[in-house]
Write a protein that binds this ligand. Structure first.
Ligand SMILES: Nc1nc2c(ncn2[C@@H]2O[C@H](COP(=O)(O)OP(=O)(O)OP(=O)(O)O)[C@@H](O)[C@H]2O)c(=O)[nH]1
Length: 565
């Protein structure tokens, strides 16, 4: 049974008991009232009997006085007594007479009437026949014996009533005592039951209070869980968007931009930086930052960060926490979480996050979410790296690290379209090493390869960042010079020719040198398509070869159509 149902049942029992208990004094008091009434009736009858005897005595006294004196005024007590006797007798007969009394009452009435008759007779005799005659009748003693009989009969009744009154008085005392005890007992029982109800009510209140507290705490937990779930949902949605954008990234720079744009929304109450590992320098370089607090260095040495040293996340919260060396003094005291970005055992970066929210109530949850995010970022970054590397492999010649013919086609096509739209120029420089077969024959294929690598480096060093140096195949190379006219192209080709001629390459203990022949052609004068332009450069190269090699030849018929760049 539920506690509150039990309490209701107990309250019903208490009300029943208290009502019953309240009736006890009522019943006892009624009994007392009845006894009091009996006592009053007994006293009244006692009084009537005493009055009757007293009235008869007065009547007799008046009769004697008249007989002795013969004066009528002496009859005054006689008249007063006899006038009230019938009423007294009537009341004795009708009011509260009990059955045992009836016989005696009848006798008393008869003797009284006889006594009154004899009193009246002697008074008449005195009037009519004088004192002597009346005195003789009195001396006969009839009147006295009547009076004695009445005294005896009334005395019996009075004695009965005295006894009855005593009995009633005792009964009244007992009943009164019972009433008093019943009152006290009822009060005590009521007090006990009231205390019981009070105690039970208090327990019920306590019970309810605890239940309310439990309900409140459960509802708080549910609210927190709901808020957490919605936050997680938002995080998951945002991180899914971020990961999707990272899948489309083509370069590491683009990757950094994407991460930098998403981090403020993913970790809004915090500040931080994302570092990416630079293999060649063995340091981590900052690729993105967000938030109000910027106290991170641009470059992170692996030994400066506990997370990188340990290979797992490191939280520094509180004054005694072990802080990383890269954390600057300005942010000391603010919780900081560093998480290494690791994929397949390799560190690809590090996420450092700073903010009071890391140490609050939800700090642990935030920390878990950041570690999870870092895992996803690490995986995504490694995918981007792989993609960038594959893409590079597909467009770069593995020996010389120059772009391959396929990429040259792609780039040149794009540059020609741009030049057409802008009305600009594009120049291509075709390069072919002289007597390269001889190099191979003399120094072996390794020697030839070493020379090719050195020439490729010389090309890269002598062009602008926007120029694209490619290896078309064998010892044949081509440079695309965007926004460059024929004249400038010829100058550039000449500089490269000199750079190649100055090369001294050591291979297998021998010093190798090289020269190259150059054919230069420009858009739009020597061709408007990739094929026609490359063909024009190739023809010029052919002329350079036939012109004695180690020289630069421009394609024919270009001057009038040359752009102004
Ligand atoms: N070591 C090396 N040799 C290569 C490579 N690709 C092509 N060759 C060689 O380059 C040589 C090209 O020779 P040719 O086409 O006859 O021209 P050449 O000897 O340079 O003479 P000219 O071009 O007329 O000056 C061949 O012997 C090829 O085997 C390469 O990747 N490495």
């Amino acid at each position: 049974m539920k506690f509150e149902t039990k309490l209701k049942a107990a309250a019903a029992v208490v009300i029943l008991v208290m009502s019953t208990v309240a009736l006890i004094p009522l019943l006892v008091n009624r009994h007392v009232a009845e006894t009091m009434s009996d006592l009053k009736a007994a006293a009244r009858r006692e009084h009537l009997y005493q009055s009757l005897i007293s009235m008869l005595r007065d009547a007799e006294t008046g009769q004697r006085g008249f007989i002795v004196t013969g004066k009528e005024e002496f009859l005054q007590p006689y008249y007063a007594g006899t006038s009230m006797i019938p009423a007294v007798l009537l009341e004795l007969k009708t009011e509260n007479a009990n059955p045992q009394e009836w016989g005696t009452l009848k006798n008393i009435e008869e003797v009284t009437n006889a006594k009154l008759a004899s009193l009246s007779d002697t008074i008449s005799l005195r009037r009519d026949s004088g004192f002597e005659k009346a005195a003789q009748v009195i001396a006969g003693g009839k009147g006295r014996s009547q009076m004695d009989l009445l005294r005896s009969l009334i005395g019996e009744e009075l004695s009965d009533y005295t006894q009855r009154r005593n009995e009633l008085r005792e009964k009244l005392i007992i009943t009164s005592n019972i009433a008093a005890y019943a009152g006290v007992a009822a009060t005590l029982i009521n007090v006990v039951f009231l205390l019981g109800v009070l105690f039970a009510a208090q327990r019920a209140l306590l019970h309810r209070h605890r239940a309310e507290e439990r309900a409140n705490s459960v509802s708080d937990e549910l609210r927190r869980a709901a808020a957490l779930a919605s936050l997680r949902n938002a995080h998951l949605q945002k991180s899914a968007e971020l990961l999707h954008s990272l899948e489309l990234a083509e370069t590491m720079e683009e990757t950094s931009d994407i991460i930098g744009a998403y981090l403020p929304a993913l970790l809004p109450a915090l500040s931080g930086s994302l570092y990416l590992y630079n293999n060649s320098r063995n340091v981590l370089e900052r690729s993105a930052r967000w938030g109000a607090c910027d106290d991170e260095p641009d470059v992170l040495a692996p030994l400066d960060c506990w997370a990188l040293r340990r290979g797992s996340e490191h939280l520094a919260a509180g004054p005694d926490a072990l802080g990383c060396r890269h954390a600057r003094a300005s942010s000391k005291g603010t919780p900081r979480l560093c998480v290494p970005l690791i994929t397949q055992g390799d560190v690809v970066g590090c996420l450092t996050v700073v903010g009071a929210a890391l140490g609050g109530d939800d700090g642990a949850e935030q920390g878990r979410w950041i570690v999870q995010l870092a895992e996803q970022l690490g995986l995504a970054l490694s995918n981007v790296r792989l993609r960038v590397s594959l893409r590079r492999q597909s467009i770069v010649d593995p020996l010389t690290q120059l772009y391959n013919r396929r990429y040259m086609d792609e780039v040149l096509k794009r540059e020609l379209l741009l030049a057409e739209r802008k009305g600009g120029a594009v120049t291509v420089v075709m390069i072919d090493l002289d007597h390269f077969k001889r190099v191979n024959d003399t120094y072996g294929h390794d020697g030839g390869d070493a020379l090719l690598v050195a020439v490729a480096a010389a090309l890269r060093e002598n062009v602008r960042a926007c120029d694209i140096a490619c290896r078309l195949g064998g010892e044949e190379m081509l440079i695309v010079l965007p926004e460059c006219n024929m004249a400038n192209g010829l100058v550039r080709a000449e500089a490269i020719r000199l750079a190649i001629a100055a090369l001294q390459v050591r291979s297998n203990g021998q010093m190798l040198t090289a020269t190259a022949s150059f054919g230069v052609a420009s858009y739009p004068g020597h061709g408007r398509t990739v094929e026609s332009l490359v063909h024009a450069a190739d023809l010029a190269l052919y002329e350079a070869k036939h012109g004695g090699r180690n020289c630069v030849m421009g394609a024919r018929g270009a001057e009038e159509a040359d752009g102004g760049a």
